[in-house]
Design a protein around this ligand. Structure first.
Ligand code: 6PG
Length: 243
């Protein structure tokens, strides 16, 4: 039986959206570190997380958790060079990881052959999480965004990657993207202890009216993220909520 604990936060602006997310991440980190001495966090790209990255790296927050015990992974990566400003790793490294005491981060190698890079990241996850065949990693916290088409991670509507049920990481070539992608698969997202979605801006209003309908049969990738034994947090700012 699936038990998903759902929380919806509507915040007055993007700063309070970031503060709400930071509070949940720090709490999850403290719990995980107290439980097993480490905290596994997977980051998404895009623009929505940037206020959160800035906040977590700020003097008020940078010591709120023990970053030296955090293991940072990526939800997805664009198949671009490390120097590209479209690199999710580059963005997170610049805005957050270079400004906190994190030393354990494991990027998806978007600059390499996508199929081989996906297999390599899958092998890294299997090793780090001590998985046997058929198991999925259980991240303490996964940070997600949602596109106006309802995609999340690099799982796009009608894309084969969305239907993957066995692999942990796949290479994907969504028509909506200008480049190939590497992405965690839906079973990995749904095995997390906690998935946090961030959404801001009135352009997300329409997709949220479907994505937040979590009692209906899911039609959008973001709607399909329902951690089987975990917490699902949607944190949206008022412009995304009101349209
Ligand atoms: C990516 C992200 C992607 C993102 C959404 C929302 O690599 O682009 O992982 O899933 O979360 O596209 O992007 P914005 O935050 O820019 O709206």
């Amino acid at each position: 039986m699936q038990t998903t604990h759902l929380s919806l936060y509507v915040t007055e602006d993007t700063r309070s959206m970031a503060e709400t997310a930071a509070g949940i991440i720090v709490e999850r980190a403290r719990e995980a570190i107290a439980r097993c001495g480490a905290f596994t966090l997977a980051l998404s790209g895009g623009t929505t997380p940037r206020p959160l990255f800035h906040l977590l790296a700020s003097p008020e927050w940078s010591d709120a958790m023990d970053w030296s015990k955090a293991h940072i992974y990526w939800v997805d990566e664009r198949c671009v060079s490390l120097e590209s400003d479209r690199s999710n790793y580059r963005t997170a490294r610049q805005l957050l990881l270079s400004r906190v005491a994190a030393t354990r981060f494991y990027r998806m190698k978007g600059e390499e052959n996508p199929e081989l890079a996906a297999r390599a990241y899958e092998a890294l996850l299997r090793e780090h999480f001590g998985l046997v065949p058929g198991d999925f990693p259980r991240f303490d916290c996964i940070l997600l965004g949602v596109g106006v088409d309802g995609h999340t991670a690099s799982l796009f509507p009608n894309d084969p990657a969305l239907r993957e049920t066995k692999r942990l990481v796949v290479d994907a070539y969504p028509a909506a993207c200008g480049e190939g992608r590497l992405t965690l698969t839906l079973p990995v997202l749904n095995n997390a202890r906690c998935c946090i979605f961030l959404a801001s801006g009135k352009e997300k209003y329409h997709v949220l009216s479907t994505a937040l309908n979590l009692t209906a049969a899911p039609v959008l990738p973001a709607q399909m993220v329902r951690p089987h034994h975990g917490t699902l947090c949607w944190i949206i700012d008022d412009t995304a909520y009101q349209g």
